[in-house]
Design a protein around this ligand. Sequence first.
Ligand SMILES: [Zn+2]
Length: 393
Amino acid sequence: MSERKLAFLYSPEIEGLSYPPDCPFKTQRAGLTGQRLKSFGLLGTDGRIEVAPRKASLAELKKFHADRYLQELQRVAGGDLTVEGFYMGLGGLETPVFKDLFDYGAWACGAGLVAADLLLSGQADIAFNLLGGFHHAMPERAAGFCYLNDVVLAGIKLAEAGKRVLCLDVDAHHGDGTQVAFYQRKDVTTISMHETGRTLFPWGGFENEIGEGPGRGYNVNIPLPPETYDEAFLTAFDSVVVPLVEFYRPDVIVLELGMDILAGDPLTHLRMTNNVVVEVLEQLLRFNRPMLVAGGGGYHVENTVRGWALAWRTCCGENDECDFGMGMGGVMLASSEWAGGLRDRALAVTTEQRHAVESELQTTLDHIARQIYQLHGIRLRTGQGAAAPGKAG
Ligand SMILES: [Zn+2]
């Protein structure tokens, strides 16, 4: 068992806050994950504590958001949508106007800031803020269910404390708000793996967006083809993300762990199982850095809750052996649902799917190797097939 100190940001106080009932974004997911973890005895015990967040103050929100935008958010939450609000992205299908809009966002951002404080003070090694993950929110614009950007605010706070920060985003959607915040900075590196902007909102996040000025080479996008499956995803993660984490040597990692990467998500087109969540976390845990895990997307509620619970369990260092659905040699023999387990069973990959994903992904990884690796003089290790050794220069 690991000795890591884990903190789960949550308070029953936010349970009354919710998006409109017909909105795919469900605020209940964090609370449901907490309940699941408690039922497994993985939360509320020594070293795995629940910590109440607080609302972020206006002064804190202004570290990223414009004053007039914050004023407008509060106005529309009162039921008053203006033309100015409309031009700030408010009132669309994915940015509905509702009573709790400002409050929920402020709680999520406050939770991110408390999580950052817990890491900075050493009270936690890993802090989960599943209330947050609002990576599309821009300084003056709402988008994709996001109004206030907790990921950016936590990143800024950690950087202000003198830390080298890595914002790693594996949500199915490109972390565009986070990219914008840190595009010209090298003290905060952003890496986003996401379904390609050719087929999914926010329609950007391509591999040639690599940062500007001092931030050049410190913004990395890894667009994934639709239908990307576990093995392809992990090839990209192992061959590109892991060497980059080694190169950037962050003091602290902010991980956006959206569960809309999972097969069956109603809004996206990726085909991963939650087994990749375990692999990603195990790789990151090896770096032994404080880590803030933010929630994000995930529109199939049960899959999302299981994925996040699995992520927490992985951070606890309690893994496969207690999962009844897991067969020998890492092969899933049966659905984990009936066994009460958290892991998904493996999904079959068709030949067509493999061909379509492999060639496109290979091109992307080669491109990243040429640009980013070359810029930093990173040498490829032998056997890193995906990034095509020899082509990286
Ligand atoms: Zn998403």
